[in-house]
Write a protein that binds this ligand. Structure first.
Ligand SMILES: Cc1cc2nc3c(=O)[nH]c(=O)nc-3n(C[C@H](O)[C@H](O)[C@H](O)COP(=O)(O)O)c2cc1C
Length: 231
């Protein structure tokens, strides 16, 4: 088998291996170096305009995880009576999305980001301010706090997808989780995690670890013909 076809089969094997794991084996932890690789896959993800409008909270303390128990129904085993992903995942967390306060064109946060992170010269910063301002006001009409936070959330989902694929390539299981009450999660983040929720809102939760059992259901998907149109 050529190197290239070998990589293709490894990729497909990883995508078929990955499933939304409901219960992890609590005794099988991911190593620090494996989780660092997963985080690095997230950090290196593409984001629109390179704005990186996300942050990752990793929540390892069982007590801190319990703050979400009553309303993170997608992570708490409500449907199968187990401790769910919250209670069993080796690594659990939340990706936060930037709100309008940080991600509105011209914001102080973005000027700092262009200068300090992207290391852009002033004339290019002017171009970014203009192009992003037009993108928000005209092209995509993303102007309200909700719209801007949702736009940031889209970037957060790309981050999580890359983290899950990186994990799957290492034989590590995962679950993306949006089964939670947004308002109550925001309040917990503000009350217990020192998150400035005027600037950051929850986008999606995640769990990583090793499955306790084989998937309950076989993987089903629409056919390629139903999914893709060629022109
Ligand atoms: C954005 C997103 C949110 C999801 N939220 C949850 C969740 O809260 N709890 C859960 O157990 N699964 C959740 N899932 C998993 C999906 O139900 C699962 O990916 C889908 O049924 C396909 O199954 P598979 O991933 O095992 O192939 C979520 C998936 C995505 C992409």
């Amino acid at each position: 088998m050529s190197v290239r076809s070998n990589v293709q089969s490894q990729i497909l094997e990883a995508f078929n291996f990955r499933h939304a794991t409901k219960i992890f084996d609590p005794d099988k932890k991911i190593s620090d170096s494996e989780f660092e690789t997963i985080l690095e896959a997230g950090r290196l993800s593409p984001t629109s305009f390179g704005h990186e409008p996300f942050k990752v909270l990793v929540i390892q303390s069982p007590e801190m995880r319990e703050h979400f128990r009553d309303f993170a129904w997608g992570a708490n085993g409500m449907m199968n009576g187990s401790a769910g992903q919250l209670g069993t995942a080796s690594h659990f967390g939340i990706i936060l999305a930037s709100t309008a306060e940080t991600m509105t064109a011209g914001s102080d946060y973005l000027q700092h980001h262009y200068r300090s992170v992207k290391q852009l010269p002033d004339d290019v910063i002017d171009l970014f301010n203009g192009a992003y301002g037009k993108f928000q006001s005209t092209d995509h009409r993303v102007t309200s706090d909700r719209e801007i936070t949702d736009w940031s959330g889209k970037q957060a989902y790309i981050v999580l997808a890359n983290m899950m694929t990186a994990a799957a390539l290492m034989g590590i299981d995962s679950c993306p989780i949006e089964g939670f009450d947004m308002g109550l999660t925001t309040k917990v983040l503000s009350d217990h995690f020192d998150v400035d929720t005027a600037k950051w809102k929850p986008a999606v939760m995640f769990a990583f670890g090793h499955r306790a059992d084989d998937p309950q259901f076989p993987k089903t998907r629409r056919s390629m013909a139903e999914t893709v149109s060629w022109f």
